[in-house]
Ligand binder design. Structure first.
Ligand code: IPT
Length: 957
């Protein structure tokens, strides 16, 4: 008779409702067999003593072993660390004769508590085992990180019982388990006897249809006992117990006032089946939907951004046998680092891990225990029909075991195993079993069966290259990136910028959480052992030391770096005004205080705002005025600190932080106490925002995201929108490259506002405007993030620019243009002067204070061309007939005043200039050098202006 159970979820029975809702594995219907077992270690299967096979356990000279535990950590055999290469010959399905084998034996007392079935459950044995109960063979199993259950009612006796296991390190299954980790063996997870009543299998599926959440329940029943279902949320009754008919195998319960599950607010419900009024079976579930909307992965309709980590199960003194306390501590540590997602690299984890993820809130990619990395592609097991069953059953065993966990959003078919028909079959079967989740597998490069395009270690350029294709395509995630080996990884910030800008790139998972060094004590010395330290012939040395934390979970600098980069709060600061953005997607930011600290070489000034009003998800805080801490330059740091414990965060934690330069003069340009009292007026419609401060009125076009009007003392300064520009009039020395620029249509750029957010108080308006700016036709453009501050009668633009797509590798200049309506009479400035200056030609132009009539600004080249740039400008004043405009640059910028006709040929955009003195003011963050390419070399590399990241900040008043 086949005693092994088929596919089903993992569940337990309890004797009270309270115990079932507590969802811990403490129940009189559960008997853990963890503890000290008799043990015999053999060098091969063949060395098994006959007495063991005959069930004559008392004839054997036993040693002992702890269950759960790995052999190698208890003095039996040695670990082997290898990444890709198998440490044995590839002759599947044969395994080496020398095969570390463990014989286990346990005598235990048992008294049945129910008249139902008794089940013997193994949560994980590496790599394969056979089991005997009271001398009778029950069966065998493999799949190191998967559950196996046996029906034992017929063999289990009242009173004394004897359980025996034979566990081997190498099995056919080892070919499927070539993960980059230590090769270990043993009973690594719990062994439990479960008393069951009535329900043999249960599948609970929350569904949203026509805005109504319903939980559907499918059952396999043993008898026809009285069965009722109830639903609970945080101990409260959501649906009171109600009966289902005696033979019903299906039920559906409606959930009113649903509280959705997400990783920030992980609301959990529990469905409880009550059997005969005395036995309780709980299944926890969450109301949440994972789907693709317009090719974007969404959780409850919100686009997902994975700030994730790959996590192995590893303890430096225990191997893969982790205690619940240890798992919980580790997951809390991960949560406190603001990490929101975990890929179970590269196998299904301990069942308790998922309970924790459901409770604490993580998005999980649950990965199947399949890796055949060391096989050459042409001999890959995923193409061999003999292995089809192994692929499919491993997939289904994972999916059925873990089906109920809301934290699992994607099933991953495995890791690094090439691609072939067995994966196609496996994906089909998984989808048939579970239509509510999506499928991941990095090896499916052509996306034949997966729902998401997944890559490893792609460069930032590769990510951008794919993302900037302007076609709808599979969402892209990095299932591994940021290799944290030793000191590293670098450039996490640049990756994050790509994740946050490109909708189709939805984040990634750092490789990896932890270094897997094995702690060994040699007398008084302890050290971490790596590959090769145990005398392995095939090994990969320190490639196993590639985590964000040390083997004992001490954080490495990389964890602090990652945490900072993914922190859920963005800070915007200018002129002693601070705005926070809550980057949580579902959760309010609340219960924090703000601490600020000014510092320079001489002094430190500290202060705080003791509580910050709640900030809704995705929105900006109110404008927070920070009292001016100093009248000298320095840095100012901000820290958000929880006021009291919230979730995993403690009052001593720094929840988020940021530092800015504090420039005393720039913080308060001309600011007086009286100007502070001057309020602003603000109007907003669907298409524009208008702000009036003192004598100035600024209008922002919400379609383009540009400033469309700038009125000073009743005079409109602008002739057209203030726009980003890359163009300069052709220079003789640019003739060659100008062809490329002309073909790239650099002259005219179109602006679109992608997103905007606003925060204001009586004296300040802060606008966060994300633009996409692109030339006609071209397959490229720029993402522009603008932070606009309107305060003290001044407008400050702080912006960052990222090139997207196949832009020409260099551009002539980059900056903002103000096309003026009125004639500029005179300019005074502090910067290089008095004549023009360019990056590779400025040594005769010293920095100083200068003044010129506008008509004398440019040099009259015989062949008209670009002229007039002034470098290193910190301040300038432009005089018009009836008003003036002041420019203050936070860091020195380029400035130029060019005739409108010379600058633009899109005259249709402007009112025709009436006068050659009608000018365009350019404020440029970057300017290409001149070189002498008309008959000689290009500018030196350092004087080229690359199409990459640029930023600038200036104030206009
Ligand atoms: C990738 C593996 O998936 C992962 O398990 C780990 O080995 C990582 O590399 C390196 O530490 S595979 C690699 C060939 C990209």
């Amino acid at each position: 008779m086949e005693k092994k159970l088929g596919l089903r979820a993992r569940f337990n029975f309890y004797e009270t409702l309270e115990a079932s809702l507590a969802y811990q594995e403490h129940s009189k219907f559960l008997t853990s067999l963890a503890g000290t077992w008799d043990f015999l270690f053999c060098s091969s299967i063949q060395a098994t003593p006959a007495a063991f096979l005959e069930g004559k356990y008392d004839q054997l000279e036993w040693q002992t072993i702890e269950v759960p535990g790995n052999f190698e950590f208890q003095g039996y055999g040695t670990p082997i660390y290898a990444n890709i290469d198998y440490p044995f010959a590839l002759v599947p399905p044969r395994v080496p004769f020398e095969n570390p084998t463990g014989l286990y034996h346990l005598s235990f007392e048992y008294h049945k508590k129910l008249d139902g079935q008794q089940i013997l459950r193994f949560d994980g044995v590496e790599s394969a085992f056979e089991v005997w109960l009271n001398g009778r063979f029950l069966g065998e199993s493999q799949g190191s990180r998967l559950m196996t259950e046996f029906a034992i009612s017929e063999l289990l006796k009242e009173g004394k019982n004897e359980l025996a296991l034979r566990v081997v390190k190498w099995s056919k299954g080892s070919y499927m388990e070539d993960q980059d980790m230590w090769w270990l063996a043993g009973v690594t997870r719990d062994i439990t006897i479960i008393e069951e009543s009535e329900i043999q299998s249960i599948k609970v599926t929350p569904k949203l249809e026509q805005e109504q959440w319903t939980v559907e329940i499918k059952l396999k029943r043993a008898h026809q006992k009285r069965l009722e279902f109830g639903v609970f949320n945080e101990g409260e009754v959501v649906c009171d117990f109600r009966s289902v008919s005696e033979d019903a195998t299906f039920a559906a319960l409606k959930i009113q006032q649903p509280k959705l599950w997400n990783y920030e607010t992980p609301n959990l419900y529990t469905l409880v089946a009550r059997i005969d009024g005395t036995v309780y079976l709980p299944i926890r579930f969450g109301l949440r939907r994972i789907e693709k909307i317009n090719q974007i992965l969404c959780l409850n309709s919100e686009p997902i951004l994975f700030n994730g980590v790959n996590r192995h199960e590893f303890h430096c003194q225990k191997g893969r046998a982790l205690t619940k306390e240890y798992m919980k501590e580790e997951l809390i540590q991960i949560k406190r680092a603001h990490i929101n997602a975990i890929r179970t690299a590269h196998y299904p984890n301990h069942p308790y891990f998922y309970d924790l993820c459901d409770e604490l809130g993580f998005m999980v990619i649950d990965e199947c225990d399949i890796e055949t990395h060391g096989f050459p592609e042409q001999a890959s097991l995923c193409q061999d029909p003999l292995w089809e069953e192994a692929f499919c059953s491993r997939g289904l065993r994972m999916v059925s075991r873990d089906y109920h966990h809301p934290s699992i959003l994607l099933w991953s078919l495995g890791n690094e195993s090439h691609f072939g028909i067995n994966f196609v079959k496996m994906a089909e079967k998984i989808r048939a079993y579970d239509s509510t989740r999506l499928i991941h597998y990095e090896g499916d490069r052509e996306c034949q069966v997966v729902d998401v395009y997944s890559t490893m270690y792609s460069s930032i350029d590769e990510l951008k290259a794919r993302a900037s294709k302007k076609i709808s395509q599979m969402p892209h995630i990095l299932c591994e990136y940021g290799h944290a080996m030793g000191n590293g990884p670098g450039s996490l910030k640049e990756y994050q910028e790509v994740f946050e800008q490109y909708d189709s790139v939805q984040g990634g998972f750092i490789w990896e959480w932890k270094d897997h060094g094995i702690l060994v004590e040699d007398g008084t010395q302890t050290s971490y052992k790596i590959g090769g330290d145990f005398g392995e012939y095939v090994h990969d040395g320190d490639f196993v030391i590639d985590g964000l934390v040390l083997p004992d979970n001490r954080p490495s600098p990389a964890l602090f770096e990652y945490t900072k980069i993914i922190q859920p709060v963005e800070f915007f600061y200018h002129g002693n005004q601070l705005v926070l953005r809550n980057k949580y997607k579902y959760k309010q930011l609340t219960g924090v205080k703000l601490v600020w600290e000014f510092q320079n070489k001489e002094q430190t000034v500290v202060g705080e705002i003791s509580s910050i009003s709640p900030i809704d998800p995705g929105t900006l805080s109110e404008v927070l005025s920070i009292p001016a801490p100093a009248e000298v330059n320095g840095v100012i740091s901000f820290r958000l600190i929880p006021l009291e414990p919230v979730g995993v965060f403690q009052p001593e934690d720094i929840f988020a932080s940021e530092q800015f330069e504090y420039e005393a003069s720039y913080q308060k340009p001309g600011r007086t106490e009286t100007s502070l009292e001057k309020t602003i007026q603000y109007t907003q419609s669907d298409s524009f925002i208008q702000v009036t401060m003192e004598e100035t009125t600024v209008t922002i076009n919400l379609h383009t995201g540009n400033i469309s009007s700038f009125v000073k003392q009743g005079t409109e300064l602008l002739n057209a929108e203030m726009n980003l520009s890359l163009h300069r009039q052709q220079i003789s020395n640019d003739a060659e490259i100008q062809k490329i620029w002309n073909e790239s249509y650099l002259r005219e750029l179109f602006s679109y506002c992608r997103k905007f957010a606003i925060s204001k108080n009586q004296t300040t308006v802060f606008l966060l405007i994300d633009q996409y700016i692109a030339p006609p036709q071209a397959p490229w453009g720029m993402y522009v993030k603008n932070k606009l501050w309107l305060l003290d009668g001044k407008l400050t633009r702080d912006c960052e620019i990222w090139f997207d797509g196949q832009a020409p590798s260099e551009v002539p200049r980059i900056g903002w243009e103000l096309p003026f309506q009125n004639k500029v009479a005179q300019v005074s400035w502090y910067g290089r002067g008095p004549g023009e200056s360019y990056p590779d030609s400025h040594y005769s132009s010293h920095i100083g204070q200068y003044q010129l009539d506008a008509k004398d600004w440019a040099f009259p080249y015989v062949v008209p061309q670009e002229t007039g740039n002034r470098m290193a400008v910190e301040q300038a004043k432009l005089l018009f007939e009836d008003t003036e405009l002041e420019l203050v640059c936070a860091r020195p910028l380029n400035m130029n005043l060019v005739p409108m006709t010379a600058n633009q040929n899109m005259n249709y955009r402007f009112k025709q200039p009436e006068d050659p003195l009608q000018r365009v003011l350019r404020i440029d963050g970057g300017m290409r050098g001149l070189g002498s390419h008309s008959c000689g070399p290009k500018p030196l590399d350092k004087y080229l202006l690359k199409s990459e990241y640029h930023s600038m900040k200036f104030t206009l008043a």
